[in-house]
Design a protein around this ligand. Structure first.
Ligand SMILES: *Cc1c(COP(=O)(O)O)cnc(C)c1O
Length: 380
């Protein structure tokens, strides 16, 4: 990718750079795929990146939003998203968050326990409203990804067990202020094996057969998100393989007459368009290694420390001879490392470094540890 490096000179590092052209290419690709099916709906998972300028671009593409907190619902509304396209999941929805969703008139609550169903019913009754609910079902389907980001196993905290699904649907039918409208699933994140999504469709097909036999109608199926990106090849694969992803569902999921299919992609929408831009502070020759110390740290991009993630590292300022470095941040933690044994063109103080594929779960996960400033994000 050719970075607009001239424009970087006046911006205080570290910051996130979001490539507007790549974001729009990604959005167009998704729209071309879902446009083939009149009953497919995309809700962008806002937890991946809630930068207001990024959100406005996604809103213009016509997507809805998948939220996991009241703050996210508020941010989606601030960005101009239609409340009628907002879905809201989360194992621990607080009362104020449920009330916010009810007041805004969101499309549905993805309910994760029977106790939560009863609370939503009570809070909706107080307002004289009927809340539309889907049940988030834990499908007990594994995914080939990092253990910290699988969500669809029986051992994970998310969703209602398959065995309790019918009980939940029956319970909803007894309540006056909730309306059961569908089933929701989400098996994990950074999934690159289409067979994992296929396994989910097989599970849903089976559940639907059982429900059919009992005469229970389901209007909406929401299969969550989870499509991964090529962290090791941001230039070769800037746009994820949405064709294969949607095909895994269209070929394998047996939808019933009139059923609507919902998706909640986050990372795949915004991951590749973002880079964390940082400057070299010092190049330190230690006893056994050479360190490049940059001004970004794990407080700005926590994925390497949290998930053992690796982001491609590029020196945008140097074309000197290749050298081997550990690239580290300034924070007082030994896990504040972006890369070990990285081969980079010779680094000097002041060089601009890009940490690639950082558009998802980057800026939004930043914190102020060590009393640092939060990084800003710029879309252009
Ligand atoms: C995080 C999350 C998503 C999005 O996951 P990605 O891997 O970013 O696509 C979708 N649905 C739910 C319920 C989530 O929690």
């Amino acid at each position: 990718m050719a970075f607009p490096i001239d424009k970087f000179k006046d911006i205080e590092t570290p910051f996130y750079y979001y490539d507007k052209a790549l974001l729009n290419e990604t959005l167009d690709t998704i729209n071309a795929e879902i446009g083939k099916h009149s009953n497919y709906h995309l809700h962008y998972a806002i937890k991946a990146n809630a930068n207001i300028d990024v959100l406005r671009e996604i809103q213009k593409a016509g997507f809805g939003v998948d939220c996991v907190s009241g703050g996210e619902i508020q941010q989606a509304l601030n960005a101009g998203f239609d409340a009628a396209k907002i879905v809201y999941a989360g194992v621990g929805k607080g009362d104020w968050e449920i009330r916010l969703g009810l007041d805004a008139g969101i499309f549905c609550f993805n309910v994760e326990s029977l106790e939560e169903l009863n609370i939503i019913n009570e809070l909706a009754a107080e307002k004289g409203k009927v809340a539309k609910v889907c049940f988030r079902i834990n499908p007990n389907v594994g995914a080939h990804t990092h253990a910290n980001i699988t969500t669809g196993l029986a051992e994970n905290k998310f969703g209602i067990a398959m065995e309790d699904m019918e009980k939940a649907i029956m319970a909803a039918a007894e309540l006056q202020n909730v309306e059961f409208i569908g089933l929701h699933f989400h098996i994990g994140s950074q999934i690159l094996e289409m067979d994992d999504f296929k396994a989910l469709t097989a599970r849903i097909n089976k559940l639907q057969d059982n429900l059919d036999a009992k005469g229970i109608k389901v209007m909406n199926i929401n299969v969550g998100g989870g499509l991964g990106i090529a962290y090791n090849d941001p230039d070769g694969k800037p746009v994820p393989d949405f064709k294969a992803y949607f095909k895994a569902y269209s070929d394998n999921l047996k939808l019933r007459e009139g059923q609507q299919l919902h998706f909640e992609l986050g990372r795949a929408v915004v991951g590749q368009m973002g880079s964390l831009i940082t400057r070299v502070l010092y190049v330190k020759q230690a006893h056994v290694k050479k360190f490049v110390i940059v001004d970004a740290g794990m407080s700005d991009l926590i994925r390497p420390a949290l998930y053992d993630a690796h982001h491609e590292i590029q020196n945008l300022s140097s074309d000197g001879p290749q050298e081997t470095y550990d690239v580290v941040g300034p924070i007082c933690e030994s896990s504040d490392v972006f890369g070990k044994g990285e081969t980079l063109p010779e680094c000097h103080r002041g060089d601009i470094i890009a940490l690639r594929s950082a558009g998802a779960y980057g800026e939004i996960m930043a914190c102020q540890y060590n009393c640092r400033k939060l990084p800003k994000g710029y879309l252009f």
